[in-house]
Design a protein around this ligand. Structure first.
Ligand SMILES: [Zn+2]
Ligand SMILES: [Zn+2]
Length: 175
């Protein structure tokens, strides 16, 4: 939804929006994540001089991702609240330094309107798992036979105890 900057005042403008999963195709490109149900978002925009303060939340259930260890598809929920600031203009280096004194995230917009989808899409991309895992302790696949080690233990690792590749593998497991 496009919002005219002049319609935003200091009292705040509250918006509820729902976005179809297909809207996020570009955001999710190159990730192994897909949304299955529409994403709900709330936004509260407040104009403070040259800044627009944003308080918002995003929520969607049953998003699907591929586990980076066992390659199985699993589902997870996205639920996040966020605060950020929008500043008119382009992403100028000098200006950015001046404003990064606090931890608030700063984004830029151009023209006289704000596209709320852009704000939401940016927040969604921050919430995506960098290294998707079905469960934190996922054991992954055996590098030798491909067995899903969550389901059963194979003998490959025991057999190849002296294989130097195994030592590296142990290092990985600890992480
Ligand atoms: Zn897994
Ligand atoms: Zn194996």
């Amino acid at each position: 939804m496009k919002i005219k900057v002049e319609d935003i005042n200091a009292e705040g403008l509250v918006l509820d929006e729902t976005f179809e999963p297909s809207r996020f195709t570009a955001v999710l490109e190159g990730t192994d994540v897909e949304l299955q149900v529409p994403l709900k978002a709330t936004l509260e925009l407040r104009r403070m001089g040259p800044l627009i303060e944003v308080n918002g939340s995003i929520e969607t259930t049953g998003a699907a991702a591929l586990c980076s260890r066992c390659l199985k598809k699993y589902s997870f929920d996205v639920k996040a609240v966020f605060r950020s600031r929008l500043i008119h203009g382009s992403d100028g280096g000098a200006r950015e330094k001046e404003l990064t004194g606090d931890d608030l995230e700063v984004s830029y917009f151009e023209g006289e309107e704000i596209e709320t989808f852009d704000v939401i899409a940016e927040q969604l991309s921050l919430e995506l798992p960098v290294k998707p895992l079905c469960v934190a302790a996922c054991k992954g696949l055996c590098p030798y036979c491909g067995a899903d080690l969550n389901a059963k233990e194979c003998d490959c690792l025991k057999k190849e105890k002296t294989d130097p590749r195994l030592e590296k593998l142990k290092g990985f497991k600890v992480k």
